[in-house]
Design a protein around this ligand. Structure first.
Ligand code: F6P
Length: 554
C-alpha cells in the first residue's frame, strides 16, 4: 500500500526546499562560511515569531521558534507532507490497514489505548485483555495471589528485552512518584549473567514473581534468563512453584506453555502490535503492577488524546507532523547526522534510550515501501541523556563542534517532588539558557575589541533547538508524550516512504551468534570446533581463539 505519493509535486517541493536550505542552513561542506546571524535575523524580522512557531496541545507546549527555518520553508514542508499523502497514511494507520508490507500486518498500537466505546479495531479483544490484566494486578496488590509458602508477592521481575523492556522500564522509572508501596518492580534484559544474578541476589524466591515478556517467546536473552530464573525458584522450592511465580506476555502461547507457564497465566499479544509500540498492551503489566491500574488507564488516556490530535489536527497545527517535518528538514537539507534529545528531568532519564529503539529500529531503513533502494538519507542517530548532566558531558560539542546537532529539550513546568522549588527553578533556568546559548552564541570577540579577540572562546551560536514544555509529569501527560514520538516516527516514515514496522536488520546477528556460541562452547582442539570455526571469518576466529585461551568458566 503506497500512501498516494504525488511524485511530481514532491520533486517540485524538493527544489523549493533546497533553495530555502541554501539560505537558512549551514551546509556541511561550507560550514563556518554560513551567516551566524540567521536565527537572530529570523527573530528580528518577525516580532510574532515565538508565538507563530509554537504549538500547544492540552498540557504540552512545543516552542520550535529557535529552529533554522522560516515560514516560507515551513509552508513548503507542510505541502510536502500533503504530497506524501500524510492524511491518508494517518487514516490507514488508525483503521488497521496492512501498512507493514514486508510482514503483511497492520500496526494498531492505537487500538490498545482507545476507549472501548470508540469501537477501534479489535476493541473487544483489547477490552478482555485489560480486564484480565486488571484482575491479575488486583490479585497481586490485594495479596490474594500468593507464592509457594502462602506469602504475598513483594517483588516483580520483568524478563524481556527491546520493546519488551525499554518502554515499561522507562515508564516505571518516570512514574516512580506514582508507584504503590508494593510490589517493587525490576527489569532484567541483558543475557550478561551479571544482570539477573545481581538483581536476584537480595531477593526471596517465595515473594518474587517473574513476568516473561516476549512477543515471539523466542528471544535468546529472555528465554535464557527465564530458564535461569526458573532454576533459581525451583532450587528454593519445587517445579509446582512455577505456576505461582511465573506469568508470560506473548503472541506465542504454545511456546510459553512448553516453557512451563500455565495457560491461564499467559496474557496475549498480537501480530498487529509492534514490539517497540507495545507498552500499552499486556507488555505494560509491570507498569500497572508498579503504579496501579487507575494510573495505567490514565497513561492510556493520555496516549489516546494524542492519537485524536494526530488524526484530526490540520497538518500545520499537528504536533507529531510538525516535529517530523523539522527532523526531515535538518536530515535531508542540513545533513545533520544526529539529533540530541535532552529531557531536563531525571524522571525521564531513560527516555532517550527508549526513543533510540522506537526511532532507529523503525526508521533505520534504506529500502522503500515498494522495495526500491532509497536515494535519500533516512533516520538520523538519536541520542541524549537527562539535563543538566549533559551540560557537563557533551554540550561542549553542541556549542563549538564543527557541525550543528539539533537539540530537543523537554521540561516540566512543575517539579515532580515537593519542597524542591529552588532546585527545580535552577533546572528550568539551565534548560532555557542552553537553548539561548545555542541560538545566540557568545560574541566573545565583540566586547573585548578585535586585538583581544580569542577564537577559542567564541561561541558562534545559530544552532537550532526546540523546547517541549509539559505542565507537569503525570501518567496522562507521559502517555501523550510517548504517543507524540510514536506518531512523529510514523510521520517520518511517510515522508521517507519506508516501512516503520519491521526490523529485518536485527535478525542476521541473531543467526550468526549460533555459530559463534558453538565455537565458544567446544574444546579448543576438537574436530567439531575446527569445523565450526571454519564458518567464521578470520578476525572472529582469532577472537574466539583468544577468548578460549583466556576465559575461565565460572
Ligand atoms: O530488537 C529486535 C526485537 O524483535 C524487537 O523488535 C523486540 O522488541 C525485541 O527484539 C524483543 O522481541 P520479543 O518481544 O519477541 O522477545
Amino acid at each position: 500500500m503506497t500512501f498516494n505519493r504525488n511524485r511530481a509535486a514532491i520533486d517540485v517541493l524538493d527544489k523549493r526546499l533546497r533553495t530555502a536550505a541554501s539560505r537558512l542552513l549551514p551546509l556541511a561542506e561550507g560550514y563556518g562560511q554560513h551567516d551566524p546571524q540567521t536565527l537572530k535575523l529570523l527573530f528580528a524580522n518577525d516580532a510574532e515569531r515565538s508565538a507563530q512557531f509554537s504549538l500547544t496541545v492540552d498540557e504540552l507546549h512545543l516552542d520550535y521558534s529557535k529552529s533554522l527555518i522560516d515560514s516560507t520553508a515551513l509552508a513548503a514542508l507542510v505541502e510536502l507532507a500533503e504530497a506524501c499523502g500524510m492524511q491518508g497514511a494517518i487514516g490507514a494507520l488508525l483503521r488497521g490497514a496492512k501498512i507493514n508490507p514486508s510482514e503483511g500486518r497492520a500496526a494498531l498500537h492505537t487500538s490498545l489505548r482507545s476507549p472501548l466505546a470508540a469501537n477501534a479495531p479489535h476493541a473487544a479483544l483489547v477490552g478482555e485483555t485489560l480486564t484480565s490484566m486488571r484482575e491479575f494486578v488486583d490479585s497481586v496488590h490485594s495479596g490474594t495471589w500468593t507464592g509457594y509458602d502462602g506469602r504475598a508477592i513483594e517483588t516483580i521481575i520483568n524478563l524481556g528485552i527491546g520493546g519488551s523492556d525499554l518502554g515499561p522500564a522507562m515508564v516505571v522509572d518516570a512514574l516512580a512518584d506514582f508507584a504503590l508501596e508494593t510490589p517493587d518492580v525490576h527489569f532484567v534484559s541483558n543475557v550478561d549473567p551479571a544482570h539477573l544474578t545481581r538483581t536476584l541476589a537480595e531477593l526471596d524466591p517465595a515473594t518474587t514473581l517473574f513476568v516473561v515478556a516476549s512477543k515471539t517467546f523466542g528471544t535468546l536473552e529472555t528465554l535464557t534468563n527465564a530458564r535461569s530464573a526458573r532454576d533459581w525458584l525451583i532450587a528454593a522450592s519445587d517445579e509446582a512453584a512455577v505456576a505461582r511465580h511465573f506469568v508470560a506476555v506473548s503472541a506465542n502461547v504454545a511456546a510459553a506453555c512448553e516453557f512451563g507457564i500455565e495457560q491461564s497465566n499467559i496474557f496475549p499479544l498480537w501480530d498487529w502490535v509492534g514490539g517497540r509500540f507495545s507498552l500499552w498492551s499486556a507488555i505494560g503489566l509491570p507498569i500497572a503492577l508498579a503504579i496501579g491500574f487507575k494510573a495505567f488507564d490514565e497513561l492510556l488516556a493520555g496516549a489516546h488524546a494524542m492519537d485524536t490530535h494526530f488524526e484530526t489536527a490540520p497538518l500545520q497545527e499537528n504536533l507529531p507532523v510538525m516535529s517530523a517535518l523539522l527532523a526531515y528538514w535538518y536530515r535531508e537539507y542540513g545533513a545533520s547526522p544526529s539529533t540530541a534529545v535532552v529531557p531536563y528531568s531525571q524522571d525521564l532519564g531513560l527516555f532517550p534510550a527508549y526513543l533510540q529503539q522506537l526511532y532507529m529500529e523503525s526508521l533505520g531503513k534504506s529500502i522503500s515501501r515498494e522495495g526500491a533502494v532509497l536515494t535519500q538519507r533516512t533516520s538520523e542517530i538519536i541520542w541524549g541523556s537527562a539535563g543538566t548532566n549533559g551540560q557537563h558531558s557533551y554540550f561542549q560539542q553542541l556549542h563549538q563542534g564543527t557541525e550543528f546537532t539539533p537539540v530537543e529539550f523537554i521540561a516540566f513546568a512543575t517539579a515532580s517532588v515537593d519542597s524542591a522549588d529552588e532546585r527545580h527553578r535552577h533546572l528550568l533556568a539551565n534548560c532555557l539558557s542552553q537553548s539561548m546559548a545555542l541560538m545566540n552564541g557568545d560574541e566573545a570577540g565583540a566586547d573585548v575589541g578585535e586585538e583581544n579577540w580569542d577564537p577559542q572562546k567564541t561561541i558562534k551560536g545559530n544552532r537550532p533547538s526546540t523546547t517541549l514544555l509539559i505542565k507537569q509529569l503525570s501518567p496522562h501527560n507521559l502517555g501523550s508524550l510517548i504517543a507524540l514520538y510514536e506518531h512523529k516516527v510514523f510521520a517520518l516514515s511517510v515522508l521517507w516512504n519506508i516501512n516503520a514496522f519491521d526490523q529485518w536488520g536485527v535478525e542476521l546477528g541473531k543467526r550468526l551468534s549460533k555459530d559463534v556460541y558453538a565455537a565458544l562452547s567446544e574444546p579448543a582442539r576438537s574436530s567439531k570446533s575446527a569445523q565450526t570455526a571454519s564458518t567464521l571469518d578470520e578476525s572472529t576466529r582469532a577472537l574466539v581463539h583468544k577468548i578460549n585461551s583466556w576465559r575461565v568458566p565460572r
